[in-house]
Design a protein around this ligand. Structure first.
Ligand code: API
Length: 294
């Protein structure tokens, strides 16, 4: 055993995040540790953002992202903001370049404490998302749930933000859908060979929308940053909104997404520290730091 590692329990507008400090060590946070931490009400989380030493010149750190079921994720916008806030508090630095399994991304903390993450360029090709079969136009794919002649949800847009997303457009109240019931079926639908994050989006104006997300590997969450990016890109592509949109999320928090003319998608929002502790990255056994005990 390589010894315990420090962690901070944080959230990105309600998206439950554990930032794990794995710098200077060769081991990884295991799926078993993730499942154990998620099984404890005090450390229940949506994603672990494990900060490792850099692998690539020009990047500060490699970030390994785990979902609460122990699976890996390529992108996590809300978690990346938490990582930036933790590192900015530690170092005084405001801008960072990270590597994740989806590639290199940059992020910065602003004077008002909000943080912007450059989530990179969206991808729309069916093999890139990925989908199991060819769709020439992923603005609307054939997929529905509910009675065949009166589907409850149908014809989502599909987008990769490094990770796979399906966005279902709803005209009426986004809260009226049983996403906890449909989420698992859609996440694991055979059309998504790597599963998918499932979002319901209600466009309320060309600059605003409300989203709810069932996350791949994590279930219902209070916010999902990459889903916010996917929803805005898909909404702009289908002329439902412009390219700069504020989103309300189930936790009550607001995110802002801008799909810039250079094709990069910028996610902006807050991050919040809750408490710190140390944990065993192989088992998930943990203890709260006494000075941060509530
Ligand atoms: N909460 C994250 C997304 C996690 C995505 C993950 N559930 C997956 O792709 O497997 C966010 O803020 O972007």
């Amino acid at each position: 055993m390589a010894g315990t590692a420090p962690f901070a329990k944080m959230n990105g507008i309600g998206n439950e995040i554990i930032v794990a400090d794995m710098r200077g060590r060769a081991d990884k946070v295991t799926a078993d540790a993730a499942i154990a931490l998620n099984g404890d009400a005090a450390t229940k989380f949506d994603q672990i953002m494990a900060i490792h030493d850099a692998r690539t010149p020009g990047t500060a750190y490699y970030i390994d992202i785990l979902n609460s079921d122990g699976s890996g994720a390529q992108a996590c916008g809300n978690g990346t903001r938490c990582v930036v806030q933790a590192l900015a508090a530690e170092t005084g630095q405001k801008s960072f370049t990270f590597e994740t399994r989806a590639g290199i991304l940059s992020a910065q903390e602003h004077a008002d404490g909000t943080i912007s993450v450059d989530m990179g360029k969206p991808r729309f090709g069916w093999q890139d998302i990925p989908l199991a079969e060819e769709f020439r136009d992923t603005r609307m794919i054939e997929l529905q749930i509910g009675p065949i002649d009166a589907p409850v949800l149908h014809s989502p847009s599909a987008v990769s933000m490094g990770n796979p997303h399906a966005i279902f457009w709803v005209d009426n109240d986004v809260w009226s859908y049983e996403l906890d019931r449909f989420g698992p079926l859609l996440e694991n639908h055979p059309i998504f060979p790597e599963r998918a994050n499932i979002t319901l989006a209600q466009v309320t104006s060309p600059e605003t929308m409300i989203i709810r997300t069932w996350e791949r590997g994590a279930g219902l969450t209070k916010a999902c940053g990459s889903a916010a990016c996917a929803a805005v890109v898909a909404a702009a592509r289908t002329r439902r909104t412009g390219r700069s949109v504020s989103l309300m999320t189930p936790g009550g928090g607001e995110l802002h997404v801008e799909w810039r003319d250079d094709d990069h998608v910028i996610l902006t929002g807050a991050a919040e520290w809750e408490f710190s502790g140390s944990f065993d990255p192989s088992t998930g056994a943990w203890a709260r730091d006494t000075e941060s005990a509530a």
